[in-house]
Design a protein around this ligand. Structure first.
Ligand code: GLY
Ligand code: MN
Ligand code: MN
Length: 254
């Protein structure tokens, strides 16, 4: 996580002049190879609406003036353990008012999910905590065809149109570690001290989605951190600015 932070710093510096996602990928990979074994998985560098394509890996899009740039990347050290961190940051260094509304909602969901990481909790408790916040936020933005509570019912889950993926996976030597573990030990199992999982809620408004007001279309945001389950709760291992104000201050400083 520490080296990954340095690589994210490199990316922020490179965004001052970068015009293409490949420059972001290159800046990240340079640090990964300099201080680690490699990137732990293919870097996702997605500007603008490319962020709405999960696991975007072409990384060949243009970076425009008011784009958000989603960077999902982790350095793997020589012990072969990898980080898995995502930040979605404004190429200009400042969020637009519209981007900030969506960003702050995703961040609120992440805070709620991280709070739910503690031993004995169900693996999916952080996910449900995040979905609750996102559903209420989507309802407040007028994006749901019903109330948040109705949207959250298991038979509805209408928020999924915009959330697209789960909130957590285990993390270790493989970025999706223990993917073949028994369901009762993992997806339906309890969190235990020593486990490391990601917390990575997101919102994705496709460019052509007519259910979304035009101003939100093409915005894709994910915020991902790596969290250790401790004896009493959790410790966030990744240290990259997350709150919108902190992201802007970080970018201004660099
Ligand atoms: N980088 C892939 C993931 O976040 O799961
Ligand atoms: Mn992840
Ligand atoms: Mn990731």
């Amino acid at each position: 996580c520490k080296v990954t932070r340095k690589a994210f710093d490199d990316v922020v510096r490179c965004l001052k002049t970068a015009k293409n996602e490949r420059e972001v990928e290159g800046a990240f990979n340079a640090r990964a190879r300099l201080e680690g074994n490699d990137a732990g998985y293919n870097v996702i560098a997605a500007a603008g609406a490319n962020a709405c394509i999960l696991h975007w890996g072409r990384n060949d899009g243009r970076i425009k003036k008011n784009d958000l740039v989603l960077l999902d990347a982790g350095v793997e050290l020589n012990d072969l353990y990898t980080a898995d961190i995502t930040r979605t940051i404004p190429s200009s260094g400042k969020f637009t008012a519209t981007q900030r509304v969506v960003y702050d909602l995703v961040r609120d969901a992440q805070v709620a999910a991280i709070e739910a990481v503690k031993p004995g909790n169900h693996f999916l408790d952080p996910h449900w905590a995040a979905m609750k916040v996102l559903a209420h936020g989507l309802a407040d933005l007028g994006l749901l065809p019903c109330s948040a509570e109705e949207a959250l019912l298991p038979e509805n889950q209408f928020y999924k149109r915009y959330t697209l993926h789960g909130t957590s996976h285990m993390l270790g030597m493989d970025v999706h570690d223990c993917a073949h573990a028994r369901i009762e030990r993992y997806r339906n199992g309890p969190l235990e001290p020593g486990m490391v999982l990601t917390i990575e809620p997101g919102l994705y408004f496709q460019e052509d989605d007519l259910t979304v007001p035009a101003k939100y279309r093409g915005i894709g945001i994910r915020i991902e951190d790596d969290v250790l389950v401790t004896a009493k709760g959790h410790r966030v291992l990744s240290d990259v600015p997350r709150d919108s104000d902190d992201v802007e201050a970080w970018m201004a400083e660099l």
